[in-house]
Design a protein around this ligand. Sequence first.
Ligand code: AMP
Ligand code: MG
Length: 528
Amino acid sequence: MSLPADLAALRFDARFIRSLPADALDTPQPRQVQGAVYSFCAPTPVAAPRLLHWSADCAALLGLGTAPLDAQAAAEVFAGNRLLPGSQPYATCYGGHQFGNWAGQLGDGRATMLGTAIGADDIRLEVQLKGAGLTPYSRHADGRAVLRSSIREYLCSEAMHRLGVPTTRALCLVATGEPVLRDMFYDGHPQHEPGAIVTRVAPSFLRFGHFEIFAARGELALLRQLLDDTIRTHFPALGAPSPEVYVAWFGEVCRRTALMVAHWLRVGFVHGVMNTDNLSVLGLSIDYGPYGWLDNFDPGFTPNTTDRGGRYAYAQQARIAGWNLSCLANALMPLVQDQAALEACLEAYADHFEACYLAMLRDKLGLLQEGDAEADFKLVSELFACFAAVDTDMTIFYRALARIHPDTAPEAALAELAPAFYAPPGAGVLAQFAGWLMVWQARIAASPEPAAAHAARMNAANPWIIPRNWLAQDAIKAAEAGDLSVLERLMQAIRDPYTEQAGCADLAGRRPDWARNAPGCSALSCSS
Ligand code: AMP
Ligand code: MG
C-alpha cells in the first residue's frame, strides 16, 4: 500500500548516524554498548495502532497538515509498524545520576528514533517514538508505555510550548491495541493497562547523561567526537570546537538550563525526576513522567511518590539543576583540563538563574524590570509568607492580582483574591494579605507605567490555565473509557493559556477536593 502524500513527503537527514559511531550489533538484546553512541534498532510492530490525537502545531514544524491525510496510515507509521523511506531507526546510549547516585548505562530503553526529519523552512528535527518496544537499553523492562503516562507526556509537551517554556514537542498519540502490565504504585498489584506511543519531536534529545557515560567509561575519543558534533550541529555560533569552546558550550548549557528552570517556577511546574539523564543539553524540558503543577503554593511539593525526601520538589529545582550541571562539568573535565573555568560557569549559572527568575517575578507582579533587586525579592518573600499562611492557589492568585488597581479598596481587593484560597482565611491571614497588598499597591501607584500596561505584562507572565494533574487525570479516565473529547477540549484550551476563555472556566478553577490526595493527581510513580 502506498504512503499518503503528506507522509511520503517527509525526508530524513542521516547526518547523525553518518557522523557518529554505531554499535556493531543491531539486535535489541539487552547489553552494555561500548564504543558507540547509538544502536540500530527497529520499532517492534504493535497489534492494532489507532491515532488518538494529532498536534496541528507540532505537525506544522514538520511541514505536515492540521490533520493527517490518512489517519490509519499515520497511526501505522507513528506506532512503528510501517517505516518511512530514508528512516533508519536507532536508540541512543546514555547514563545518568539518579537521585544523586551514578546509575551507569541507561539509554533509550523505550524510545526509538525514526531519524532527523527535514521540516518546514529546512529545520532539522529528530522524530522519536516513545513506547515503541525493546532496545538494547531496555534492561529488564518491556520498552512500552501506558496510555495514562503517554497522555500526560503528550499534553504537557504541547502545553509547555504554548506557555512559553522551552520543551521537546509531541506530534501525535497512538494507541497500540496491546495491553501493558504495570504495578502503578509498586505495591504488588500489577494490572493490564492500554498501551500507547507518543511521537516526540525536538532538535535533539541529547541529555547530560549522553556525555557522562563516555567520561565514566574513559571513552574520551568518543566523548570528544559527540561533543564536537553537538557543537557543530546545535551550537555553530560558538565556533570550531576546542577546549575553550567546550567551556563556552558548558556556559551556554548553564544559561539555557537556568532559563528553563526559572520558567518552571514561573508557571508552577514540578518536573519530578530531575536525574541527569532527564536534563537536555539544549535546555529543553524533557521526559514528562511523574511531573506536577502547584495547586496550593507549597515549595516542598513533589507529585513523585518515589521521591520521599523531596529531592526534586518545586523549590529545589534550581539547586538540583546546578548539581546536575556540576555532573556534566565533571564529565567535560578530561577534555577541558581547566577546573576553574568550569567552576566559573557554575557560579554564573546561579547568578543567571537568579536574574531570570527575578525578571519573571517582576513581570508576574507588574514591577518594573529596573527596580531595586533587594526590595523586590523582599516583596516576593513576604508574598510567599502570605501564601504559606493559607493554602493559596498560585495561578489563580496572580491573575486576580492583575485585576487589583492602586486605588482598589482593601475589602474589594481581598474579595478579588477569595477564589484563590483553598480554605477560608482567618482574620489574621486576611490582615497579612491586606498589609502586603498595601505595599504592592503603593509600588504600582509609584510606577510610571500606565495601569493597563502593567496588567497586560502580568497577564502575559501569569497563565490563566495550566494542565493541572487533575485535568490530565479527567482526560485519562475518559480516554481509557474510549472518550477522547475531554482530552480534545483540554488540548484546545491549553493552546491559548494566557487568555481567559469564557467557555472553559471549569478548567481554570482550583483543584477540586476529590483530587487533593488522589492517585494520578497528587501522587504519581515512575511506573509508566
Ligand atoms: P525514566 O525514569 O523514565 O527517565 O527512565 C529511566 C531509564 O529507564 C531510561 O533509560 C528509560 O529508557 C528506561 N525505561 C523506563 N521505562 C522503561 C520501559 N518500560 N521499558 C524500557 N526501558 C524503560
Ligand atoms: Mg528519562
